[in-house]
Every structure is written in structure tokens, then in C-alpha cells.
Design a binder for this molecule. Structure first.
Ligand SMILES: Cc1cc2nc3c(=O)[nH]c(=O)nc-3n(C[C@H](O)[C@H](O)[C@H](O)COP(=O)(O)OP(=O)(O)OC[C@H]3O[C@@H](n4cnc5c(N)ncnc54)[C@H](O)[C@@H]3O)c2cc1C
Length: 377
């Protein structure tokens, strides 16, 4: 296959690219130091892009995973943390769209289309890869409400989101089948946002711990069937992993462009370093792997948009893109020499940002478990 976009997709790409380069890129250095920029997000909301994959009957543009991937890809070329903050909302949207009640869809999908941010709350201090080992409990009360106690760790958008998609144990004797999903608004009594995480990269995104201290959720906060929340979360992560692929692809293209331009002008031993074969071959390998990432990204996004099961292929795309993106960032630093190690150029940030793509939404080891599990089934 080759990536061929429709006219409409090219328009979306142009809009996202123009916003990313005019508004996001100039703020990336400042966000790396000072964190989340609400003013930038408010400007993003004005573009209308946040409603892209949401059906028209819920206030969105009625587009698909392909257009969503295009937007995340373009945003990530400017700032990966900002792209991640935006895509996490769509992980929650996907779960509500497929499993929520009509009332939940009317409320939450409309909110997402209007630009309200969502937080996806799965990981806990004691359970990340082994997410089904979570301890947060939601106990059904006599009046049908849910009493929630526990905590979540490393939650993106946690201090800036308006809405939260939470997984919690509702039957401790059923393992993964005893986990349910809930959706609720910020400001619940007993809901506490903890200290901000001091992260290596993705510093433009907001990450905190959350705790729930006798938080009461109404009966209708339950999403879908009781006991199916873990499956919903894993399904949501298929889309999230496609977004991670888009982010690593965007980071790689950014690093490649910086390295290529630098190699053309930096001279050693009487010629541009691009004329030294060792540097030219690095650029060739970078370009080759970027091309493969792009193909994997849009191939799997298209299949998800067509309703196909994509778990192992989304895992493979994320694994391939995140691993190669780390190497591309390292190679870009190498091509820039001492300047690559300096914060003046962006490549050291790109390396720090991309490292999360080998950890978040399932580590590289977890992606290999998903891929090999499907192969050997
Ligand atoms: C900046 C940031 C943002 C995040 N955002 C969110 C978010 O919005 N929502 C959310 O729910 N979570 C979020 N996370 C959490 C993230 O998804 C987890 O950190 C990740 O899933 C890994 O879990 P862990 O950190 O507990 O590592 P662990 O699960 O403890 O793993 C530690 C190491 O052991 C390896 N390992 C574990 N089990 C196996 C195995 N069976 N075989 C081989 N190796 C194994 C892992 O691959 C890893 O290398 C975020 C994390 C970060 C750092």
C-alpha cells in the first residue's frame, strides 16, 4: 500500500499542520519548561479539530481513525506532549461511543466535540502492565450509587480534564472480569488530584496521581456492562496505540528534518557532513524507517476505521514506531554532535519525549506479549 489521502483528509492535514506549526511549535520550548499551556489548548479548540472522530449526531465532524491519526501526527511534529494530551481524550471518546448509554453519548461526546478534555484512569501505583491487578474499588450501595476508594498513578490530563474515564474493581473474585468502567465529571467530593509528576519528557502534558476517598458516583456513571470495563479499556488502547504510532512518526520526522538541514550546512574536513558517507547513511536509514512507520500507521488506522480487529497490528505499529523513533532521535543527536546535546536545538527534547512512547499505553514488552499472543493463539 501507499498512503493516499482523500481531498477531505488533505484539508484536515493542512489545517492541523498549519495550527501545529504556527501555534504549537513556537510554544514547545516554553511548555517543556513550564508545562501544560491552557491558552494553546483553547486555541486548538477554536480550530474545531477536537470533534473530528466524533459522529455528527453528537456534535462532531463524523470522521474516522484515519483523520484522527492525521491530526495527532501533525501535532506531534510540533509537540508530542500536546499531541498526547489531545489523543487521550479520544481514547475515552471511543469507549463511550461503543459502550456508553445514549444519555452518556449525548453528554460526553458532545462535551468532547466542544473541546472538553478527558482523562483515562487505568494505571495505579501497584499496577501498570498488569492493569487487571488494580486495587481501586467501586462498591455498589443499596441506593444503586457507587462508593469509590483507591488511587491512580501517572494520569495524563488529570488536573486539566473536565471528565474522567475510570476503571475500578466491582467484583474482587472475578479478576479482569470483575472490573467495570465509569465516567464522571471533575469536582466530585472525595476526588483528589495529587502532586504533579516531574517527568523526563512529554513535559507539555499534565500528569498527576489521583485518589478517591469515599467518592460517590451515581448509578448511571457505569459505562456499559458491569464487569466489562477491562475489555473496554483494552479496546480503547488499540486506538491509543495507533495514536502513539502517530506521535513517534511525527517525532521522527521532526528529528530527521533537523538532522538533514544541519548535515547540509555543517562542514568538517572541507565539506558538509552530509557528504560523509557515515552521516548520509544515517539519514538514509532514518528516512527508510520513517516511511515504514507512515505505512504501518495509516494502514492500521484505516482498518480500525473499517471496524476490523486491530489489536496485534496496533501493537506492532506502536512497537515499531516507538523503537525506531528512539534510534532516530539518537542518530539526530549524533549528527548534530555537541549541538545535539545542547538544549538550544530540539533533538534532545524529542528523545526525552519519545521515550514515553516505549512505555505509555503499554510498554514495548507488553506490545510483544499482545503480538506473540495473537500469533500463537
Ligand atoms: C508520562 C506518563 C503518562 C501516562 N499516562 C497515563 C494515562 O493517562 N492513563 C493511564 O492509565 N496510565 C498512564 N501512564 C501509565 C503507563 O501506561 C504505565 O506506566 C505503563 O503501562 C507501564 O506500567 P508501570 O509503569 O507500572 O510499569 P510495570 O508494569 O511495573 O513494568 C516495569 C517493567 O517490567 C516490564 N514488564 C512487566 N510485565 C512484564 C512481562 N509480563 N513480561 C516482560 N516484561 C514485563 C515492563 O515492560 C517494564 O519494562 C502514563 C505513564 C507516564 C510515565
Amino acid at each position: 500500500m501507499s498512503v493516499v489521502f482523500t481531498e477531505e483528509q488533505l484539508d484536515i492535514q493542512q489545517l492541523a499542520r498549519s495550527f501545529a506549526q504556527k501555534e504549537v511549535a513556537p510554544r514547545s520550548k516554553d511548555m517543556d519548561i513550564n508545562g501544560w499551556c491552557q491558552e494553546l489548548y483553547d486555541k486548538y479548540v477554536e480550530t474545531g479539530l477536537c470533534g473530528t472522530p466524533i459522529p455528527e449526531e453528537y456534535g462532531g465532524a463524523g470522521m474516522t481513525d484515519v483523520e484522527a491519526a492525521i491530526i495527532v501526527h501533525e501535532l506531534a511534529k510540533a509537540d508530542a506532549g500536546f499531541a498526547m494530551a489531545c489523543e487521550i481524550s479520544w481514547v475515552c471518546v471511543d469507549i463511550i461511543l461503543h459502550h456508553g448509554t445514549e444519555e452518556q453519548k449525548q453528554k460526553y461526546l458532545r462535551a468532547a466535540a466542544e473541546g472538553k478534555l478527558f482523562s483515562f484512569c487505568l494505571t495505579e501505583p501497584g499496577s501498570g502492565s498488569d492493569a487487571a491487578g488494580m486495587k481501586t474499588k467501586a462498591v455498589k450501595q443499596a441506593d444503586g450509587t457507587w462508593l469509590v476508594n483507591g488511587s491512580k498513578m501517572f494520569i495524563t490530563n488529570s488536573a486539566v480534564a473536565d471528565h474522567f474515564l475510570l476503571t475500578a474493581v466491582t467484583d474482587p473474585f472475578k479478576g479482569a472480569k470483575g472490573i467495570s468502567a465509569f465516567v464522571f465529571d471533575k469536582g466530585q467530593q472525595g476526588f483528589v488530584v495529587g502532586a504533579e509528576e516531574d517527568k523526563m519528557g512529554m513535559r507539555s502534558s499534565d500528569t498527576h496521581t489521583l485518589s478517591f476517598d469515599d467518592m460517590i458516583l451515581p448509578a448511571d456513571a457505569l459505562v456499559g456492562d458491569e464487569g466489562s470495563g477491562f475489555i473496554y479499556a483494552m479496546e480503547g488502547l488499540d486506538g491509543g496505540r495507533i495514536s502513539c504510532t502517530a506521535i513517534s512518526t511525527g517525532i521522527s520526522e521532526h528529528a530527521f528534518e533537523i538532522a538533514k538541514e544541519y548535515a547540509k550546512v555543517r562542514e568538517t574536513f572541507g565539506k558538509p557532513i552530509a557528504k560523509h558517507q557515515a552521516i548520509a547513511f544515517k539519514l538514509a536509514d532514518m528516512a527508510m524507517n520513517i516511511q515504514a512507520m507512515q505505512l504501518m500507521l495509516y494502514d492500521v488506522a484505516k482498518d480500525k476505521a473499517d471496524g476490523k480487529k486491530v489489536s496485534p497490528r496496533a501493537a506492532a505499529a506502536k512497537l515499531f514506531a516507538s523503537t525506531h523513533a528512539t534510534q532516530i532521535c539518537l542518530d539526530a543527536i549524533q549528527i548534530l554532535g555537541g549541538y545535539g546535546y545542547s538544549r538550544e536545538y530540539h533533538v534532545e527534547r524529542l528523545l526525552r519525549d519519545n521515550k514515553l512512547m516505549e512505555i505509555g499505553e503499554g510498554t514495548n514488552e507488553v506490545q510483544r506479549i499482545v503480538i506473540s499472543g495473537a500469533l500463537l493463539k
